[in-house]
Design a protein around this ligand. Structure first.
Ligand code: BEZ
Length: 335
Protein backbone atom coordinates (compact mmCIF):
# COMPACT_ATOMS: atom_id res chain seq x y z
CA UNK A 1 0.00 0.00 0.00
CA UNK A 2 1.43 3.45 -0.93
CA UNK A 3 1.65 6.11 1.80
CA UNK A 4 -1.21 8.07 0.13
CA UNK A 5 -3.41 4.97 0.20
CA UNK A 6 -2.38 4.11 3.73
CA UNK A 7 -3.03 7.60 5.03
CA UNK A 8 -6.51 7.61 3.45
CA UNK A 9 -7.33 4.24 5.03
CA UNK A 10 -6.08 5.31 8.48
CA UNK A 11 -7.81 8.65 8.24
CA UNK A 12 -11.07 6.98 7.17
CA UNK A 13 -10.98 4.69 10.18
CA UNK A 14 -10.22 7.53 12.60
CA UNK A 15 -12.94 9.74 11.13
CA UNK A 16 -15.55 6.99 11.31
CA UNK A 17 -14.72 6.16 14.91
CA UNK A 18 -14.48 9.82 15.94
CA UNK A 19 -17.78 10.91 14.40
CA UNK A 20 -19.79 7.69 14.39
CA UNK A 21 -20.87 9.30 11.17
CA UNK A 22 -22.63 6.52 9.35
CA UNK A 23 -25.07 6.11 12.24
CA UNK A 24 -25.61 9.80 13.02
CA UNK A 25 -29.06 11.32 12.37
CA UNK A 26 -29.56 13.39 9.21
CA UNK A 27 -28.38 17.01 9.52
CA UNK A 28 -29.21 19.91 7.24
CA UNK A 29 -26.29 20.27 4.87
CA UNK A 30 -25.15 22.87 2.34
CA UNK A 31 -23.19 20.83 -0.22
CA UNK A 32 -20.87 22.18 -2.93
CA UNK A 33 -20.39 20.79 -6.44
CA UNK A 34 -17.70 22.00 -8.86
CA UNK A 35 -17.21 21.44 -12.57
CA UNK A 36 -15.46 23.07 -15.51
CA UNK A 37 -18.27 23.30 -18.06
CA UNK A 38 -20.15 26.54 -18.85
CA UNK A 39 -23.70 27.19 -17.54
CA UNK A 40 -25.45 26.07 -20.76
CA UNK A 41 -23.66 22.70 -20.91
CA UNK A 42 -25.57 19.45 -20.24
CA UNK A 43 -23.22 18.54 -17.38
CA UNK A 44 -23.95 21.85 -15.66
CA UNK A 45 -27.70 21.49 -16.20
CA UNK A 46 -27.49 18.02 -14.65
CA UNK A 47 -25.63 19.44 -11.64
CA UNK A 48 -28.39 22.00 -11.03
CA UNK A 49 -31.06 19.32 -11.47
CA UNK A 50 -29.24 17.15 -8.89
CA UNK A 51 -29.37 20.09 -6.45
CA UNK A 52 -33.09 20.65 -7.03
CA UNK A 53 -33.91 16.97 -6.52
CA UNK A 54 -31.78 16.84 -3.40
CA UNK A 55 -33.60 19.77 -1.88
CA UNK A 56 -37.02 18.30 -2.72
CA UNK A 57 -36.27 14.76 -1.58
CA UNK A 58 -34.63 15.88 1.68
CA UNK A 59 -37.68 18.01 2.46
CA UNK A 60 -35.59 21.17 2.14
CA UNK A 61 -32.93 19.97 4.60
CA UNK A 62 -30.12 19.73 2.04
CA UNK A 63 -29.04 22.32 -0.53
CA UNK A 64 -26.44 22.20 -3.25
CA UNK A 65 -24.37 25.17 -4.42
CA UNK A 66 -23.08 24.56 -7.97
CA UNK A 67 -19.83 26.19 -9.17
CA UNK A 68 -19.58 25.82 -12.98
CA UNK A 69 -17.07 27.17 -15.51
CA UNK A 70 -13.93 26.59 -13.43
CA UNK A 71 -15.09 29.04 -10.73
CA UNK A 72 -13.24 26.86 -8.22
CA UNK A 73 -10.29 26.17 -10.52
CA UNK A 74 -8.98 23.50 -12.86
CA UNK A 75 -9.89 19.84 -12.46
CA UNK A 76 -6.57 19.25 -10.66
CA UNK A 77 -7.63 21.91 -8.15
CA UNK A 78 -11.15 20.46 -7.88
CA UNK A 79 -9.66 17.10 -7.04
CA UNK A 80 -7.51 18.67 -4.32
CA UNK A 81 -10.58 20.40 -2.86
CA UNK A 82 -12.45 17.08 -2.88
CA UNK A 83 -9.56 15.39 -1.11
CA UNK A 84 -9.49 18.02 1.64
CA UNK A 85 -13.30 17.97 2.00
CA UNK A 86 -13.62 21.64 0.92
CA UNK A 87 -15.73 20.39 -1.98
CA UNK A 88 -18.35 17.62 -1.72
CA UNK A 89 -19.12 16.66 -5.32
CA UNK A 90 -17.71 17.18 -8.80
CA UNK A 91 -18.37 16.14 -12.35
CA UNK A 92 -14.92 15.57 -13.83
CA UNK A 93 -13.62 14.69 -17.26
CA UNK A 94 -11.44 11.60 -17.03
CA UNK A 95 -8.40 13.82 -17.64
CA UNK A 96 -7.14 14.48 -14.11
CA UNK A 97 -8.33 11.04 -13.00
CA UNK A 98 -6.17 9.44 -15.73
CA UNK A 99 -3.13 11.45 -14.60
CA UNK A 100 -3.42 9.63 -11.28
CA UNK A 101 -5.04 6.34 -12.40
CA UNK A 102 -3.72 5.62 -15.92
CA UNK A 103 -6.14 2.71 -16.49
CA UNK A 104 -8.85 5.32 -17.14
CA UNK A 105 -6.94 6.31 -20.30
CA UNK A 106 -8.35 3.12 -21.86
CA UNK A 107 -11.66 4.91 -22.47
CA UNK A 108 -9.90 7.07 -25.07
CA UNK A 109 -8.88 4.18 -27.31
CA UNK A 110 -9.76 5.42 -30.80
CA UNK A 111 -12.85 3.62 -32.13
CA UNK A 112 -13.30 1.61 -28.94
CA UNK A 113 -16.97 2.24 -29.72
CA UNK A 114 -18.62 3.37 -32.95
CA UNK A 115 -21.12 5.87 -31.63
CA UNK A 116 -22.69 7.54 -28.63
CA UNK A 117 -25.17 4.69 -27.99
CA UNK A 118 -22.35 2.15 -27.76
CA UNK A 119 -20.38 4.56 -25.57
CA UNK A 120 -23.26 4.79 -23.08
CA UNK A 121 -23.66 1.02 -23.01
CA UNK A 122 -19.98 0.51 -22.29
CA UNK A 123 -19.97 3.16 -19.56
CA UNK A 124 -22.94 1.44 -17.92
CA UNK A 125 -21.25 -1.96 -18.15
CA UNK A 126 -19.39 -4.19 -15.71
CA UNK A 127 -15.81 -3.27 -16.66
CA UNK A 128 -16.37 0.47 -16.39
CA UNK A 129 -18.20 0.07 -13.08
CA UNK A 130 -15.42 -2.09 -11.65
CA UNK A 131 -12.91 0.65 -12.53
CA UNK A 132 -14.75 3.04 -10.18
CA UNK A 133 -14.22 0.71 -7.23
CA UNK A 134 -10.55 1.59 -6.72
CA UNK A 135 -11.07 5.37 -6.71
CA UNK A 136 -11.51 5.84 -2.93
CA UNK A 137 -8.29 4.04 -2.16
CA UNK A 138 -6.30 5.55 -5.04
CA UNK A 139 -7.46 9.17 -5.01
CA UNK A 140 -9.75 9.62 -2.01
CA UNK A 141 -13.05 10.11 -3.84
CA UNK A 142 -16.02 7.83 -4.53
CA UNK A 143 -16.99 7.36 -8.16
CA UNK A 144 -20.78 7.43 -8.33
CA UNK A 145 -21.12 6.75 -12.04
CA UNK A 146 -20.33 7.98 -15.52
CA UNK A 147 -21.79 10.52 -17.86
CA UNK A 148 -20.27 11.71 -21.12
CA UNK A 149 -19.94 14.49 -23.67
CA UNK A 150 -20.67 12.41 -26.73
CA UNK A 151 -18.07 11.57 -29.36
CA UNK A 152 -15.05 13.61 -30.50
CA UNK A 153 -14.90 15.31 -33.88
CA UNK A 154 -12.38 17.63 -35.57
CA UNK A 155 -13.26 21.17 -36.59
CA UNK A 156 -10.78 23.09 -38.77
CA UNK A 157 -10.31 26.67 -39.92
CA UNK A 158 -9.16 25.34 -43.31
CA UNK A 159 -10.30 22.53 -45.60
CA UNK A 160 -9.42 19.06 -44.28
CA UNK A 161 -9.69 16.20 -46.77
CA UNK A 162 -7.09 13.75 -45.48
CA UNK A 163 -5.21 13.29 -42.23
CA UNK A 164 -2.12 14.77 -43.90
CA UNK A 165 -3.97 18.12 -43.95
CA UNK A 166 -3.50 18.11 -40.17
CA UNK A 167 0.28 17.59 -40.32
CA UNK A 168 2.08 20.27 -38.30
CA UNK A 169 -1.23 22.07 -37.65
CA UNK A 170 -1.92 23.47 -34.20
CA UNK A 171 -4.84 21.41 -33.01
CA UNK A 172 -6.49 22.26 -29.71
CA UNK A 173 -6.92 19.35 -27.31
CA UNK A 174 -8.26 18.97 -23.79
CA UNK A 175 -5.12 18.95 -21.60
CA UNK A 176 -4.93 15.20 -21.54
CA UNK A 177 -2.17 12.67 -22.29
CA UNK A 178 -4.10 9.98 -24.27
CA UNK A 179 -5.50 12.64 -26.63
CA UNK A 180 -2.08 14.30 -26.94
CA UNK A 181 -0.56 10.93 -27.91
CA UNK A 182 -3.26 10.39 -30.54
CA UNK A 183 -2.61 13.69 -32.33
CA UNK A 184 1.16 13.46 -31.97
CA UNK A 185 1.05 10.08 -33.71
CA UNK A 186 -1.04 11.73 -36.44
CA UNK A 187 1.70 14.33 -36.98
CA UNK A 188 -0.37 17.30 -35.79
CA UNK A 189 0.82 19.77 -33.14
CA UNK A 190 -1.56 19.07 -30.23
CA UNK A 191 -2.13 22.28 -28.28
CA UNK A 192 -3.65 21.81 -24.79
CA UNK A 193 -6.21 24.51 -24.01
CA UNK A 194 -9.19 24.79 -21.65
CA UNK A 195 -12.66 25.17 -23.15
CA UNK A 196 -12.94 28.81 -22.09
CA UNK A 197 -10.03 29.84 -24.34
CA UNK A 198 -11.06 27.96 -27.48
CA UNK A 199 -13.41 30.47 -29.15
CA UNK A 200 -10.91 33.34 -29.16
CA UNK A 201 -8.02 31.10 -30.14
CA UNK A 202 -9.98 29.88 -33.18
CA UNK A 203 -11.10 33.41 -34.02
CA UNK A 204 -7.59 34.88 -33.98
CA UNK A 205 -5.86 31.94 -35.67
CA UNK A 206 -3.79 30.98 -32.65
CA UNK A 207 -4.94 27.43 -33.43
CA UNK A 208 -5.84 25.79 -36.75
CA UNK A 209 -8.27 23.13 -35.58
CA UNK A 210 -9.93 21.71 -32.49
CA UNK A 211 -10.78 18.29 -31.07
CA UNK A 212 -14.32 18.75 -29.78
CA UNK A 213 -17.83 17.34 -29.34
CA UNK A 214 -20.95 18.37 -31.28
CA UNK A 215 -22.65 19.98 -28.29
CA UNK A 216 -19.84 22.48 -27.74
CA UNK A 217 -19.30 23.06 -31.48
CA UNK A 218 -22.97 23.98 -31.80
CA UNK A 219 -23.76 25.74 -28.51
CA UNK A 220 -20.49 27.68 -28.22
CA UNK A 221 -20.56 28.53 -31.96
CA UNK A 222 -17.07 27.27 -32.70
CA UNK A 223 -18.24 26.82 -36.31
CA UNK A 224 -18.15 30.65 -36.70
CA UNK A 225 -14.46 30.43 -37.61
CA UNK A 226 -14.32 27.01 -39.25
CA UNK A 227 -14.45 25.77 -42.84
CA UNK A 228 -14.52 22.01 -42.17
CA UNK A 229 -16.16 19.67 -39.70
CA UNK A 230 -14.61 16.20 -39.85
CA UNK A 231 -17.35 13.92 -38.48
CA UNK A 232 -15.08 11.17 -37.27
CA UNK A 233 -16.63 9.94 -33.98
CA UNK A 234 -13.08 8.86 -33.21
CA UNK A 235 -13.27 8.74 -29.39
CA UNK A 236 -15.77 8.78 -26.59
CA UNK A 237 -15.49 11.49 -23.92
CA UNK A 238 -16.68 10.22 -20.53
CA UNK A 239 -17.08 12.16 -17.33
CA UNK A 240 -17.32 10.79 -13.83
CA UNK A 241 -19.45 12.00 -10.94
CA UNK A 242 -17.51 11.87 -7.68
CA UNK A 243 -18.11 12.40 -3.97
CA UNK A 244 -15.37 13.53 -1.62
CA UNK A 245 -14.19 10.67 0.62
CA UNK A 246 -14.31 13.08 3.57
CA UNK A 247 -17.91 14.03 2.84
CA UNK A 248 -18.84 10.37 2.43
CA UNK A 249 -17.57 9.58 5.92
CA UNK A 250 -19.77 12.14 7.65
CA UNK A 251 -22.97 11.15 5.83
CA UNK A 252 -25.49 8.77 7.39
CA UNK A 253 -26.31 5.57 5.46
CA UNK A 254 -29.59 7.17 4.47
CA UNK A 255 -27.89 10.31 3.16
CA UNK A 256 -25.34 8.26 1.24
CA UNK A 257 -28.11 6.31 -0.44
CA UNK A 258 -30.00 9.51 -1.28
CA UNK A 259 -27.10 11.47 -2.78
CA UNK A 260 -25.80 8.44 -4.66
CA UNK A 261 -29.18 7.67 -6.21
CA UNK A 262 -29.96 11.27 -7.19
CA UNK A 263 -26.46 12.00 -8.53
CA UNK A 264 -26.40 8.74 -10.51
CA UNK A 265 -29.82 9.46 -12.01
CA UNK A 266 -28.55 12.78 -13.37
CA UNK A 267 -25.36 11.25 -14.76
CA UNK A 268 -27.46 8.63 -16.48
CA UNK A 269 -29.75 11.30 -17.88
CA UNK A 270 -26.72 13.08 -19.37
CA UNK A 271 -25.96 9.93 -21.37
CA UNK A 272 -29.57 9.58 -22.56
CA UNK A 273 -29.59 13.22 -23.62
CA UNK A 274 -26.41 12.85 -25.65
CA UNK A 275 -27.90 9.86 -27.44
CA UNK A 276 -30.95 11.93 -28.31
CA UNK A 277 -29.37 15.31 -28.97
CA UNK A 278 -26.21 14.46 -30.93
CA UNK A 279 -28.41 13.88 -34.00
CA UNK A 280 -30.07 17.29 -33.53
CA UNK A 281 -26.73 19.11 -33.18
CA UNK A 282 -25.38 17.33 -36.26
CA UNK A 283 -28.50 18.29 -38.26
CA UNK A 284 -28.16 21.91 -37.10
CA UNK A 285 -24.48 22.00 -38.08
CA UNK A 286 -25.35 20.67 -41.54
CA UNK A 287 -27.31 23.92 -42.03
CA UNK A 288 -24.38 26.27 -41.34
CA UNK A 289 -21.66 27.29 -43.74
CA UNK A 290 -19.18 24.52 -42.90
CA UNK A 291 -18.17 21.61 -45.12
CA UNK A 292 -18.94 18.26 -43.48
CA UNK A 293 -16.47 15.47 -44.17
CA UNK A 294 -17.57 12.07 -42.86
CA UNK A 295 -14.73 9.66 -42.11
CA UNK A 296 -14.13 6.35 -40.34
CA UNK A 297 -11.10 4.63 -38.78
CA UNK A 298 -9.31 4.39 -42.16
CA UNK A 299 -8.85 8.19 -42.11
CA UNK A 300 -6.32 7.78 -39.27
CA UNK A 301 -4.26 5.00 -40.90
CA UNK A 302 -1.86 3.20 -38.56
CA UNK A 303 -2.37 5.68 -35.71
CA UNK A 304 -4.99 3.44 -34.10
CA UNK A 305 -2.63 0.50 -33.63
CA UNK A 306 0.24 2.80 -32.63
CA UNK A 307 -1.90 4.42 -29.94
CA UNK A 308 -2.94 1.03 -28.64
CA UNK A 309 0.69 -0.13 -28.50
CA UNK A 310 1.40 2.75 -26.06
CA UNK A 311 -1.78 2.51 -24.01
CA UNK A 312 -2.38 -1.22 -23.67
CA UNK A 313 0.60 -1.32 -21.27
CA UNK A 314 -0.38 1.80 -19.34
CA UNK A 315 -4.05 0.78 -19.17
CA UNK A 316 -4.37 -3.02 -19.10
CA UNK A 317 -8.16 -2.68 -18.63
CA UNK A 318 -8.26 -1.79 -22.33
CA UNK A 319 -8.48 -5.45 -23.35
CA UNK A 320 -11.50 -6.03 -21.07
CA UNK A 321 -13.19 -2.87 -22.32
CA UNK A 322 -12.58 -3.92 -25.93
CA UNK A 323 -14.03 -7.36 -25.27
CA UNK A 324 -17.15 -5.91 -23.65
CA UNK A 325 -17.55 -3.32 -26.44
CA UNK A 326 -17.26 -6.07 -29.08
CA UNK A 327 -19.81 -8.24 -27.25
CA UNK A 328 -22.23 -5.29 -27.01
CA UNK A 329 -21.81 -4.49 -30.70
CA UNK A 330 -22.43 -8.08 -31.80
CA UNK A 331 -25.52 -8.31 -29.55
CA UNK A 332 -26.85 -5.16 -31.22
CA UNK A 333 -26.40 -6.59 -34.73
CA UNK A 334 -27.62 -10.13 -33.91
CA UNK A 335 -30.87 -11.03 -35.75
C1 BEZ B 1 -13.24 19.79 -23.63
O1 BEZ B 1 -12.25 20.17 -23.01
O2 BEZ B 1 -13.21 19.65 -24.86
C2 BEZ B 1 -14.49 19.48 -22.88
C3 BEZ B 1 -14.48 19.46 -21.50
C4 BEZ B 1 -15.64 19.16 -20.82
C5 BEZ B 1 -16.81 18.88 -21.51
C6 BEZ B 1 -16.82 18.91 -22.89
C7 BEZ B 1 -15.66 19.21 -23.59
Amino acid sequence: MTSAKLSFAVWALVATVATGAAESPALAREFRLGLITPPTHLWTEAAYAFGEELEVESGGAHRLAVFPARQLGTEAQLLQLLQTGALDFAILTISEVTNRMPQFGAFYAPYLVANVTEAAELLRGDVARAMLASMPEEIGVFGVGYGMAGMRQILGRDPIRTASDLRGRKLRITPFIPIRDFYQLLGAAPTPMPLASVYDALANGQIDAIDMDLEAIWKLKYYDYAKTLVLSNHMMFPCVGVISGKTWLVLSEEERALVTRLFREQLDRIMDEYIEKEREWEAALREVDVEIVEVGPEFFGTVLEEWEAIWSDKAPTLSDLKAEAAANASKATAP
